[in-house]
Design a protein around this ligand. Structure first.
Ligand SMILES: [Zn+2]
Length: 267
C-alpha cells in the first residue's frame, strides 16, 4: 500500500450553512407527486427506519438519525484538466471535525476512492462508522473496470484505510434510529433517472440556492455480487425497481472548496 499522506485536516477550510428542513410529511406529498410523473408505481411513506445494519442493507450502523449533515469535500475541478494527486483526504478526521468531539458517527456516500490503495483511479463507495472512541468499522468499497472485457471489480476497503481522493459527497449522522422517508418505485415511464427526478422536483418546489459550489447529484452503490460503482441511469425501464430510504439534512459542511471552478462532471 502506498504511504502517500492525506492532507492535514486542520489546514483545510471548513464552511458551514444551515439548511431549510421541511417536515417529512410535507416531503412525502411532494415526492409522491414528482415521482408519479416518471414512474408507473410509486409509494412514498414516512416510516420508521429499518435496521440498516442487517445484511439486507449492509450499512455500518442502524439508522440515519442524529444531527443529519451533508459533507461535501473537494470537487470535480481537482480532476480536470489534470488530476491533482495531492488531493488526498482523511475521511475519519474530517468527519470527526465536522461532527465535533465525542459521539459515534455514520458516514455514507459517493466519492473518489483512495488511489494509492489500488494504484489506479477508482470509484469510492463509502460506508463507515466511527465509534465515540474513534475506532473505525469500514464497510466501504472501491470499484473499477479491469481487463479487455472491462469487467467491474468491487473490492472492500480495509478498516485501516480512511483516505479518499479529490472529491466526496457524504451523508453524515449519528447512525440513530428514527423516522425516514421510504420510497418504492417500479417501471420508469419518463426520461429522468431516479435521483435526477427527485432533485429536480425538490428544486422546483423549494428553489433553495447555496453558493458553496456543490455537486448536486452523486450516487454510488455496492452489492454482494461484485457489482458496484457510479449510478448514471437505469437501462431497463420496464423492469427497474427502486427501494430507497432518505432523511433530510439540517446543515451542510463544505470542506476544501476549489478556488477556481467549472461545471464539468456534476451528475
Ligand atoms: Zn461517482
Amino acid at each position: 500500500m502506498s504511504t502517500a499522506k492525506a492532507l492535514n485536516t486542520n489546514e483545510l477550510i471548513f464552511e458551514e450553512k444551515c439548511l431549510h428542513k421541511p417536515p417529512l410529511e410535507e416531503l412525502q406529498e411532494v415526492l409522491q407527486s414528482i415521482l408519479t410523473k416518471n414512474f408507473a408505481n410509486v409509494t412514498v411513506k414516512v416510516a420508521e427506519c429499518p435496521n440498516l445494519k442487517t445484511s439486507e442493507y449492509g450499512l455500518m450502523d442502524v439508522g440515519l438519525g442524529g444531527c443529519p449533515t451533508l459533507l461535501e469535500l473537494g470537487g470535480a475541478p481537482y480532476l480536470l484538466p489534470t488530476v491533482q494527486k495531492d488531493k488526498l483526504y482523511d475521511i475519519k478526521d474530517i468527519c470527526r471535525k465536522c461532527m465535533g468531539e465525542g459521539g459515534k458517527i455514520l458516514a455514507v456516500g459517493a466519492g473518489a476512492g483512495p488511489y494509492p490503495l489500488r494504484n489506479t483511479n477508482c470509484e469510492g463507495i463509502f460506508n463507515l462508522s466511527i465509534s465515540a472512541q474513534d475506532e473505525i468499522e469500514n464497510g466501504s468499497y472501491t470499484a473499477k473496470v479491469t481487463g479487455l472485457q472491462e469487467d467491474c471489480l468491487l473490492e472492500p476497503i480495509p478498516d485501516t484505510e480512511t483516505r479518499c481522493a479529490l472529491l466526496l459527497n457524504l451523508y453524515v449522522c449519528r447512525g440513530e434510529p428514527g423516522p425516514v422517508l421510504k420510497i418504492t418505485c417500479k417501471k420508469r415511464t419518463g426520461h429522468m433517472n431516479f435521483i435526477e427526478c427527485i432533485r429536480k422536483g425538490l428544486y422546483e418546489k423549494y428553489q433553495d440556492k447555496c453558493d458553496l459550489d456543490l455537486r448536486l447529484q452523486h450516487f454510488h452503490s455496492f452489492s454482494r455480487a461484485n457489482w458496484g460503482g457510479h449510478y448514471h441511469y437505469d437501462t431497463t425501464p420496464d423492469t427497474v425497481e427502486y427501494e430507497a430510504y432518505f432523511h433530510v439534512a439540517e446543515r451542510i459542511v463544505r470542506v476544501d472548496k476549489p478556488k477556481t471552478t467549472h461545471k464539468f462532471g456534476r451528475d
